[in-house]
Design a protein around this ligand. Structure first.
Ligand code: ATP
Ligand code: MG
Length: 423
């Protein structure tokens, strides 16, 4: 894509009311547009990143047999009354129409997925053990967040992957739950933050002892976790009691406190949502039982913001190759005819072999401004065509994470990028 044709422009300053680093960088780069507190629109560059994250998550959900759906955002009030959450959920948006009828604007989808499923399942045969029945979606959620000051980390409208699994025995559930822990680790590694992300014990709410969160270390995080470095076990501050410590065989003095961002979590729901809707099955003997459930969330927009938060430097964003909006940022410097022609040729060659390239062909923009812009956008590889690179017979390349560049041939650049841009 040619940068001169991109409708978004980079900005020197973010809106003055934006206090979070992730949103500041994303807005300045033209990845997102802030509509109001906690509400952002994705622009072409931001949408490319979001789609890549989405595809990684989708691939991993499909691998465990997840069946993708897209459920409605408008949800019947009756369903929410049935689970008691119409009253108890503080951050639920309640929308009234002109005839005074109320609906919920979906903050999560237990109240929708369970009644849907009830239409289709009733026998133990409908609940295979391997792979178990699991349903997921990647969809916008709405929550009346009062602390929406963390940019993409806490939206009032935000993107989430939510999966729900259904089982006829606790043992089957536990097997799947353990598998999902691994799947989540894979996802966070593929997105580029695996080295900073900890599986963390958190309080389980009413029905189970623990739930697990995936917490990414960051000073921007709203959560406090404690890590036992030797075992790699992490605990959320909210579960931090002497009783829990002794159960887990951990010593208080060994724990190190960190700020962290909850990028995902997984829950044992037991029959919390299946019971109110009487989602049940009959076993081999014809006896009726309530279905057991698990749920598994990842905030995609929060994940995107987290990557920016933890992988940027003072010049801008540093995208991991797996989710970068483009593999190469091609810059042409100066207005010399021969240089412009050569840059156009390089752009065509890269495009022809399907290497995603953003071509900074903007006329009348100084080299300094192009370099600064490239650092802000954070595309993993920068390739410069200038009078100097032409004299040296190639393209001057530099990784976003490196200080110094080098001149390589076009063929070499193509080889390097094909290796890197595997998705
Ligand atoms: P938090 O404690 O941060 O409010 P939560 O416990 O309410 O999160 P869940 O309801 O379990 O979160 O949602 C699943 C995932 O969705 C979270 O792990 C997080 O990654 C993401 N998420 C939750 N709330 C938001 C939000 N307001 N903006 C962006 N992502 C969110
Ligand atoms: Mg919340």
């Amino acid at each position: 894509m040619k940068q001169s044709e991109l409708f978004t422009k980079m900005r020197k300053e973010a809106p003055s009311d934006e206090v979070s680093k992730n949103a500041e960088l994303l807005i300045r780069g033209g990845f997102v547009h802030k509509e109001m507190s906690g509400v952002y629109s994705y622009l072409p560059l931001g949408l490319r990143v979001l789609r890549k994250i989405e595809n990684i998550i989708r691939e991993e959900m499909d691998k465990v047999g997840g069946q993708e759906v897209l459920m409605s955002s408008f949800q019947p009030k009756e369903n929410w009354e049935k689970t008691g959450r119409w009253e108890s959920m503080d951050d639920l948006y309640k929308v009234k129409d002109s005839s005074d009828r109320e609906v919920a604007l979906g903050p999560t989808h237990e109240e929708v997925v369970v009644p849907i499923l009830k239409n289709y399942v009733s026998s133990h045969k409908d609940f295979p053990a391997n792979p178990p029945l699991s349903i997921y979606q990647i969809q916008n959620k709405f929550r009346m967040e009062l602390r929406a000051k963390s940019g993409m980390l806490r939206g009032r409208e935000f993107m989430m992957k939510d999966m729900y699994s259904f089982h006829t025995s606790q043992e089957d559930f536990e097997k799947f739950y353990a598998k999902m822990q691994d799947v989540y680790k894979t996802i966070f590694s593929r997105v580029g933050i695996g080295h900073l992300t900890y599986l963390t014990f958190a309080s389980g709410g009413t029905f189970s002892k623990y739930s697990h969160e995936f917490q990414t270390l960051s000073s921007a995080g709203e959560d406090t976790i404690y890590i036992d470095e030797a075992s790699g076990i992490a605990l959320n501050k909210e579960v931090f009691t002497d009783e829990v410590l002794s159960q887990m065989n951990l010593k208080k003095e060994k724990l190190v406190e960190h700020k962290a961002i909850e990028v995902g979590n997984i829950f044992d729901l037991k029959t919390k949502y299946s019971k109110p809707f009487d989602l049940s099955y009959t076993d081999e003997k014809g006896e009726k039982h309530t279905v057991l459930m698990g749920c598994y969330g990842i905030g995609l927009s929060r994940l995107l913001g987290t990557v920016v938060e933890v992988l940027s430097d003072d010049k801008g964003i540093i995208w991991p190759e797996s989710i970068a909006p483009f593999a190469v940022h091609l810059l042409v410097l100066g207005e010399d005819e021969a240089v412009l022609k050569e840059a156009g040729k390089v752009y065509d060659s890269l495009s022809k072999v399907n290497i995603p390239v953003l071509f900074d062909d903007r006329p009348g923009v100084s080299p300094g401004e192009k370099f600064a812009g490239s650092d802000l956008l954070g595309i993993p590889m920068r390739a410069v065509i200038s009078a100097r690179s032409m004299k040296e017979g190639g393209v001057e390349i530099k990784k976003r994470t490196e200080e110094k560049g080098k001149v390589v041939s076009l063929d070499e650049l193509i080889k390097l990028c094909s290796k890197n841009s595997t998705n």
